[in-house]
Design a binder for this molecule. Structure first.
Ligand code: DGY
Length: 327
């Protein structure tokens, strides 16, 4: 009998899957930036014991039904809203994700995005590149201070707390809102728990790091933006669907907020004609929260280990649907 088959839905660093190859026959889609087409994925799933999936793959009933031998779906992301976890649980399939290894990297990106938006970095870079810099002026490309301002973090999980840690270095006042209180963040970082409304009303920087759930879907709508300060800067590094994008646009048009930094969008990837790209005060990134070479390699090793573990009957480090393992 041959080794179990694991299919990887995108080209990932080959050398990071060495350990998995001891236990499985591994095949991966040959493109790094072009997703596997559905037909190929469904055909590969047919023989797969494991699937290593990306946040852009829709892992639904159709795919799981096409994979009668599937035991593990290892998602290369901390978020797993692309997966029908309930459906996987019902079929006895382990779903795993990649928390911890990407925490610092994603916090770095979130804080960079905040700084880039506040200090108008992309606009200033383009200004120089386009030859517009003819004179120095006292208010040329003047942005907004970060130090000593109030940051409000919605979603105080690992990444939220790590962003808060960075904010302490900028002498910021830290507010947070979360499903549950975080006593360690309060004690160690001086963060103050507040209601969602109080957070959005008082913060200079409203930073969303909450996972996408039915509760957070479209949490940031026009009413929320209207409650924010006119000078507030909104940063989203979680999932696009937490924002009503039309409402964000209206809030920017009506100057309900000052600017937005967005790493994520409702329908990714967005094209150059996306309406939010017409604003100079919107900084848009292509969902690169955890995109450092070191971290993406570590995430790849981790998903490889998750598959190998399930294949040999060992519990993977991070299971989303624990009940499947307990049986
Ligand atoms: C994740 O892992 O869920 C992040 O969105 C990646 O940047």
């Amino acid at each position: 009998m041959g080794k179990p088959f694991v299919y990887v839905t995108r080209k990932v660093p080959e050398h990071c899957l060495g350990e998995l190859r001891e236990f499985a026959e591994v095949e991966m889609w040959h493109e790094e930036e072009i997703p596997v087409d559905r037909e190929t994925l469904l055909a590969k799933a047919k023989d797969a014991t494991g699937l290593i999936t990306m946040l852009s793959d829709k892992v639904n009933a159709e795919l799981m039904d096409a994979a009668p031998n599937l035991k593990v779906i290892a998602n290369l992301a901390v978020g797993f809203d692309n997966i029908d976890v309930e459906g996987a649980t019902a079929r006895g399939i382990v779903v795993s994700n990649t928390p911890n290894v990407l925490t610092d990297t994603t916090a770095d990106l979130t804080f960079s995005l905040l700084m880039a938006t506040a200090r108008r970095i992309p606009e200033a870079v383009n200004y120089v590149r386009e030859g517009q810099w003819k004179n120095w002026g006292p208010l040329l490309m003047a942005g907004t201070d970060i130090h000593h301002k109030t940051i409000g973090i919605v979603g105080m999980g690992r990444i939220g707390a790590t962003v808060a840690k960075r904010a302490t270095g900028f002498d910021m006042e830290i507010l947070y809102h979360n499903r549950s209180r975080k006593p360690e963040a309060e004690a160690e970082l001086g963060a103050t728990y507040v209601s969602f409304d109080e957070l959005i009303e008082k913060s200079d920087y409203v930073v969303c790091l909450a996972p996408l759930t039915p509760e957070t879907k479209e949490l940031f709508d026009l009413a929320a933006f209207r409650k924010m300060k006119d000078s507030a800067i909104f940063i989203n590094a979680s999932r696009g669907a937490v924002v009503k994008e039309d409402d964000l646009q209206q809030a920017l048009d009506e100057k309900e907020i000052a600017a937005a930094g967005l790493d994520v969008f409702l329908n990714e990837p967005i094209g150059a004609d996306h309406p939010l790209l017409k604003y100079d005060n919107v900084v848009a990134l292509p969902h690169i929260g955890s995109a450092s070479v070191e971290t993406r390699e570590e995430m790849t090793r981790l998903v490889g280990r998750h598959c190998a573990n399930v294949i040999v009957g060992r519990k993977p480090e991070y299971i989303v649907n624990e009940s499947v393992w307990k049986g």
